[in-house]
Every structure is written in structure tokens, then in C-alpha cells.
Design a protein around this ligand. Structure first.
Ligand code: IPM
Ligand code: MG
Length: 360
């Protein structure tokens, strides 16, 4: 069976890092029996340039027809002055919503070779392996009403709405519990239940799901401000964190830095059937775009997640992860990673991973 994979390079460093992911997929097809057809389509600013929309209809059609989607990154200063509805970020939010990708898995794993690259002391982060499960199609990102209105006194007021329905909380909790079952069976739900109504309901529903359906999971709750502090104080206390869209956005950047660089973090966004979109957690880094300086490893590790979750190829996923560990052990480092013995560019890093896969 041949898998249809849609590549969405996007903007900034997106095309460069997706090119390296493509190189890895090519080697897997050539040498390790993977069968896939790759297609490419524009999204974000590239979508706007091509079709006047950050998510062109043709791109969405291809995404629906694909078995899995790999995305680079969207956004850039060229598009900052556009109206909000056609900004590149809207393309990303729209594809998440259109494909029903409610469950965002963001693992933060420290490769031992990078212990010295973390902003925290090696003993605080060595062996770190946590998973953030972020709700991705609800909450304040999508809640209505939203907008900017003019008050009676003439000043403007901006507003957004944080909304979570029971069914949204139930399904993300189930996803997080199933992930925890494959790990240490510890789940920490993060909210702001001391202040927000929506968080009060979140906490109650999470508690109910775990009690009734996953009694073997050890559940704890944490307020988001404390969670941010605990992530930099003692991150190894966490196994799986489940949280809403906005808190998950913030905490996952924080967790990313623990691993040495946000350039190392992959993610998977899954729908109810387990179909997924895979993307690095980092953005489009317009300041280094086109300079062969971006770290392609988060995108390559996103390919590994795709192999595991959407293509039923867990063994190939492990090969890719081992190849990444191998090039780091060889001392190769892109500009975002400290240490190592050899500074390399985007392409050389991608080639080194491909070379290891070819050899093994
Ligand atoms: C992320 C990004 C996006 C988000 C932006 C680019 C819309 O920060 O995937 O974490 O906020 O979800
Ligand atoms: Mg983010």
C-alpha cells in the first residue's frame, strides 16, 4: 500500500526544512521499503501569494485526500500588514479546524547529546521525556464572540472568548490518557480553575473521565502559572500534561527550550480517526530564512511521528530517531544548538541523517 503524503512547506525556513524531511522520506522509500507518493502545496503566506488565501481551497482538498500532512512553518514580516483574515497564521488555524485536528501531541525529549545545550543545568534536564497534549481546535483561539468594539466613551476594546464544551474536554482527556497508558501513566491537567469558569468545568470533566474510564491513571491538577514555574524548576516531575489551546501553546514553547533548542521539537496534530498533520513546534524564523542555517531536526522528527501515528511504521520511526541521535553523537550542530564539534547548515544536517539511514 502506498501512502499519500502532502507536504506544505509554507514560509520562511519552511521550504528548507521540509526539503530535508523529503530527503529522509526518499531514503526510507529507496532503502527501507516505505511506499509513498509526495505532493506539495502552498499554505500561509505562500498560499496568499499563490491564491489570495492563506489556506487555498486546492490545498485543503489535497490535505483531505492525503493519508498524512507534513507542514513546515507559516508567517513572515512581508505579511504582517495584511488584514487578520488573510494572515499566514490563519491558514494554519484553518487547516487545524477544517481537518478537525483537535489533539496536539508535543513531546519534549532531551537527547543526552544535548544536555549541555539546555538553558537549565544538566542534572535538572538529563533524561527529560515529557509529553504535552494540547487541545488544538477550541478555546480562546476559536471562541466567539471576538473582535474590537468601540465603548460608549469612545475608546476601543478588544475581546476574545475562552470556551470549552464537555465533549471537547472529554475527547482531549481520552487522547491524553491513552498516551499516558503507553508511558508512566501519570497525567497532569493544567488549568486556571482558581479564576476561570471554563477551567472549573475543565477540571471537573477531566476528573470524571479519568475516574470512570482510566482509573489506573494517576491524575493531578496544576494551575498554569505554577505549571510554567515547575517546568523550569523540576521538569522531570511530569509525564503527560493535558491542557487547553492557549496554555498549551505557551507551555510547549517553554518545554521546548528545556531540550536545548526549539529547533528539536516535533509535533503531531490528530483528528478523531488518528489522521494527522505533523509539524515542528517552532515558527518560520524569517530572520534566518534562505541562509541554510535552520535546524531541520524538528521537521525530521515530525516525520518520525508521522511514520508512527499515521503510517503504521513504528520501526521506521525508531530508525529515524536513532539517525538523529547518531548525527548529534557525531558532534554535528546547527547554529541554534550549543556544543558539538562541527557547525553545519540545514542541508548538511539533513544529508547526515539521510546518510545514516542509508547506511543502517
Ligand atoms: C504553534 C504556533 C501557532 C499557535 C501560531 C503560529 C498560530 O505558535 O503552533 O504553537 O499559536 O498555535
Ligand atoms: Mg506556539
Amino acid at each position: 500500500m502506498s501512502h499519500k503524503i502532502l507536504l506544505l512547506p509554507g514560509d520562511g525556513i519552511g521550504p528548507e526544512i521540509v526539503a530535508e524531511a523529503r530527503r529522509v522520506l526518499d531514503v526510507l522509500c529507496e532503502c527501507h521499503g516505505l511506499r509513498c507518493e509526495l505532493e506539495e502545496a502552498p499554505i500561509g503566506g505562500a498560499g496568499y501569494d499563490a491564491a489570495g488565501q492563506p489556506l487555498p481551497a486546492a490545498t485543503l482538498d489535497l490535505a483531505r485526500a492525503a493519508d498524512a500532512v507534513l507542514l513546515g512553518a507559516v508567517g513572515g514580516p512581508r505579511y504582517d500588514a495584511l488584514p487578520r483574515e488573510v494572515r499566514p497564521e490563519r491558514g494554519l488555524l484553518a487547516i487545524r479546524a477544517e481537518l478537525g485536528l483537535f489533539g496536539n501531541l508535543r513531546p519534549a525529549i532531551l537527547f543526552p547529546q544535548l544536555a549541555a545545550a539546555s538553558a537549565l543545568r544538566p542534572e535538572v534536564v538529563s533524561g527529560l521525556d515529557l509529553l504535552i497534549v494540547r487541545e488544538l481546535t477550541g478555546g480562546i483561539y476559536f471562541g466567539e464572540p471576538r473582535g474590537v468594539r468601540t465603548l460608549p466613551d469612545g475608546q476601543r476594546q478588544g475581546f476574545d472568548t475562552e470556551l470549552y464544551s464537555e465533549s471537547e474536554i472529554v475527547r482531549i482527556t481520552r487522547l491524553a490518557c491513552r498516551a499516558a497508558e503507553q508511558r508512566q501513566r501519570r497525567l497532569c491537567s493544567v488549568d486556571k480553575a482558581n479564576v476561570l469558569e471554563s477551567s472549573g468545568l475543565w477540571r471537573e470533566v477531566v476528573e470524571g473521565v479519568v475516574e470512570q474510564e482510566f482509573p489506573h491513571i494517576e491524575l493531578s491538577h496544576m494551575y498554569v502559572d505554577n505549571a510554567a514555574m515547575q517546568l523550569v524548576r523540576a521538569p522531570k516531575q511530569f509525564d503527560v500534561i493535558v491542557t487547553g489551546n492557549l496554555f498549551g501553546d505557551i507551555l510547549s514553547d517553554c518545554a521546548a527550550q528545556l531540550t536545548g533548542s526549539i529547533g528539536m521539537l516535533p509535533s503531531a496534530s490528530l483528528d478523531e480517526q488518528g489522521k494527522g498533520l505533523y509539524e515542528p513546534v517552532h515558527g518560520s524564523a524569517p530572520d534566518i530564512a534562505g541562509q541554510d542555517r535552520a535546524n531541520p531536526l524538528a521537521t525530521i522528527l515530525s516525520v518520525a511521528m508521522m511514520l508512527r501515528y499515521s503510517l503504521g511504521a513504528g520501526e521506521l520511526a525508531e530508525r529515524v530517531e536513532a539517525a538523529v541521535a547518531g548525527v548529534l553523537a557525531d558532534g554535528l550542530r546547527t547554529a541554534d544548538l550549543q556544543g558539538g564539534t562541527r557547525r553545519v547548515g540545514t542541508r548538511e544536517m539533513g544529508e547526515a541523517v539521510a546518510e545514516r539511514l542509508r547506511a543502517g
